[in-house]
Design a protein around this ligand. Structure first.
Ligand code: ATR
Length: 273
């Protein structure tokens, strides 16, 4: 039941119909029996700034921001947190008591929580990150926070890898030669779109990795990518991507609705159904 006093939140994107966030947040709202709703907010680029000002006036407690508005959202809030500033993108907005907007980025938190939940303790020695897009920024930020001593970014377009590596003060390696970096890596992360349904497969020479290395993919459609299947066949520990999406949603939900929601295997199954 949604009463006249219901708390409101949503996800702003263009298009937004593909987003799993309404299904996810409304699952928690139902489970926790809250008087609340989480809505898809289809907002064209021309209207993003105006919507940021309008939503608090109609009672929104906050909202998520998704593609393609995450970067412009930085300019639409009154204050940004450390992660949003470093990653260069806002994915969570909270309306504060005085009406001002706090922009945060919970993608790095989501990645780190999922990694910990699925792989347990990882030796934070050396991570190899495939890709240099927005997702890679969040992953590298998270890995630095986790204390990885050595982080190597590799990307098809080398310039992007070099720029990202320079920004985070880590290393870049040529896409054709990154296999050389795998021999002493404790973690390999795919942040590219390769392996996603409809995209080409990602081929990695996993035989180069040490036996106790962890392989993580942020792709979640399919949940078990060919990369992860190959890693499992070799006895390596693997981390699927859907948990990152679920965990990144937790801080926003808690800020808007006042309760910390639970991340369970049943929730992953529900989102995949
Ligand atoms: P996001 O912000 O979601 O990470 P993105 O910025 O479009 O998305 O980044 C997609 C990543 O997948 C990039 O690292 C991209 O490599 P380029 O920078 O060279 O474009 C990578 N990617 C996409 N298709 C690829 C392909 N066919 N081969 C190798 N890398 C690919």
């Amino acid at each position: 039941m949604i009463s006249g006093a219901a708390r409101l939140a949503g996800v702003m994107g263009w298009p937004v119909s593909h987003s799993l966030s309404p299904k996810l947040h409304n699952y928690w709202i139902k489970q926790l029996q809250l008087d609340a709703a989480y809505l898809p907010l289809s907002v064209h680029a021309d209207n993003v700034k105006d919507e940021f000002r309008a939503l608090p006036k109609v009672g929104f407690a906050g909202w998520n921001v998704t593609v393609p508005h995450k970067e412009v959202a930085l300019q639409c809030v009154d204050e940004v947190d450390e992660a949003a500033r470093a990653i260069g993108a806002v994915n969570t907005v909270t309306v504060r008591a005085d009406g001002s907007l706090l922009g945060s980025n919970t993608d790095a938190y989501g990645f780190a929580q999922n990694l910990q939940e699925k792989a347990g303790k990882i030796d934070a020695k050396k991570a190899v990150v495939l890709g240099a897009g927005g997702a890679a920024r969040a992953v590298v930020f998270a890995l630095k926070k986790e204390g990885f001593g050595d982080i190597v970014i590799t990307n098809r377009t080398q310039k992007r890898a070099e720029e990202l590596a320079e920004f985070f003060e880590v290393k870049a390696a040529a896409w054709e030669e990154y296999a050389k970096e795998l021999g002493d890596a404790t973690l390999l992360v795919n942040t590219t779109t390769l392996g996603m349904a409809g995209q080409p497969e990602l081929r990695v020479r996993l035989e180069e990795l040490p036996k106790d290395a962890v392989v993580a993919d942020i792709v979640y459609k399919p949940l078990l990518t060919e990369l992860l299947k190959d890693a499992q066949a070799r006895g390596l520990r693997t981390v699927t991507g859907l948990g990152m999406l679920i965990h990144q949603a937790v801080p926003g939900f808690e800020a808007w609705f006042g309760l910390k929601p639970e991340v369970t295997p049943q929730l992953e199954e529900y989102l995949l159904s």
